[in-house]
Design a protein around this ligand. Sequence first.
Ligand code: ZN
Length: 261
Amino acid sequence: MIDSHCHLDLPKLFTRADSVLDRASKNGIKRILIPGTTPQGWCRQQALVKQNASEVALDIALGIHPYFLQTCDLERALSELHTSLSKSPHVIAIGEIGLDTAIECPVDTQQRAFASQLALSEQFELPVIMHHRKSHHLLLGALKQHQFKRGGVIHAFSGSVEVAMQYLERGFYLGVGGTITYPRGSKTRKTLKAIFPEFSDRLLLETDAPDMPMCGRQGMVNEPAYLGEVVSCLSNLLEIDSSEVVNLTTKNYQSLFHPHD
Ligand SMILES: [Zn+2]
């Protein structure tokens, strides 16, 4: 099982990363992708990889998350990102980047950061990890405008079949997480059911830990150890064995993030 999106560098998990990784390993997690959010976070990500003594393999992506744009000097952060990417051949994606219309940060600032990071994705030939919230129309518009071809994953995908199809046609993968474990996730469950099995090669598993706890764990810190609950939910929904869910999402992860291995 691979958790394709876990913020292990954020304080809630970072301060006890050893035990988080130990529990993840005991619950069948083989690999975790840690997406980047801020220049400070990129250092903690690199430290986690260096100090990792667990059985769980760690991958990292670097990027500037829209949540943190107002507290950072964008030009400086972008230039640091460029430098870090040049110096870190083991980085496997650009992200977490994206657009979010539910936060205070002006959309044009977010669009500027997003466009610059799409350009880095093309330059370094890396896929992107995309954050969305009430922003599918803006994201799809930006991908078209910048003729972005590199692809990537729509992190914590939620939305209609029509929206999903537009991403899939552009070569994107869909990150499936805790949303589908809630009754209110019915639209997203319907979408996943509709695109399966045609796009079974585009599904990835993720927790978004420490955020987005699964149904029944509201208010608690989320952890990769709980990813099996997403697998069970997906297995019931798609009417396939849990082992098949794990196998296909593992294969999909490899083809998106480790295409040359
Ligand atoms: Zn995230």
